[in-house]
Write a protein that binds this ligand. Structure first.
Ligand code: BMP
Length: 217
């Protein structure tokens, strides 16, 4: 298995998905596919796949009751992504309890991959992540220095990293800077040959990991 979480923001033909899904650690699903296919449509797409982790990325950012109402309807998912800035009491704290009690994982955003995200707020976000102690963290592949800081601050957390390929992050760089998995969407689903593209990505990831292991020892 590679270190890819496939961001399935567009539908891809079922026979292609069946072929490539074995290479993925996980699949991330957000509003684009959920709105297009509906909950039953998404479940149907996932039914035949053997995937370790289905991550629902609705970037939850609301009061506790609303977020719990949402995640209750998405029981097929293993994990959920939420924003950190909403804080703990009355929001993330209650959401995390609910997910813990139902065997689900929570990822919090530490930063985002686009240019306009302001990392001046990171010290606050860090305190939220520290006190909530989620399963994992989302940190941007477009900003390797931010991944390094997050990895230093949270040595034991799973870090998943979007922004590879279409947004400019180089394949493997997030892994070399401390991420556990790279979240990749367009590079795969817009490819004319997704299967080969995925194999190519895994090969580059392996080469990069070997290279950076050498330079760090
Ligand atoms: P792509 O590889 O096509 O750029 O897809 C990246 C995915 O990760 C998209 O689903 C996007 O919404 C999400 N994402 C991101 O790009 N940057 C972030 O900071 C956080 C995200 O979840």
């Amino acid at each position: 298995k590679g270190r890819i979480i496939f961001s399935m923001d567009e539908e891809i033909p079922q026979h292609v998905l069946l072929k490539i899904s074995g290479y993925f650690h996980g699949i991330k699903i957000g509003y684009p596919l959920l709105l297009r296919k509906g909950i039953d449509g998404v479940k149907e797409i996932l039914r035949k796949l053997e995937i370790n982790e289905i991550i629902m990325d609705l970037k939850l950012a609301d009061i506790d009751n609303t977020m719990i109402n949402i995640v209750k309807q998405l029981d097929f998912a293993n994990s959920f992504i939420a924003h950190s800035f909403i804080g703990i009491d009355g929001a993330l704290g209650e959401l995390k309890n609910f997910l813990d009690n139902n065997g689900k994982k929570l990822y919090l955003l530490a930063s985002m991959s686009h240019k306009g995200w302001n990392d001046d707020f990171y010290p606050y976000i860090k305190t939220v992540i520290k006190s909530l102690n989620p399963y994992g963290i989302v940190a941007p592949a477009t900003k390797p220095n931010v991944i390094r800081i997050v990895r230093d601050d949270f040595p034991d957390k799973i870090i998943i990293s979007p922004g590879v390929g279409a947004q400019g992050g180089k394949i493997g760089d997030a892994l070399c800077n401390g991420a556990d998995y790279e979240i990749i969407g367009r590079t795969i689903y817009t490819s004319s040959d997704p299967e080969n593209k995925v194999k190519e990505i895994i090969k580059i990831q392996e080469e990069k990991i070997n290279e950076c292991k050498k330079t760090s020892t």
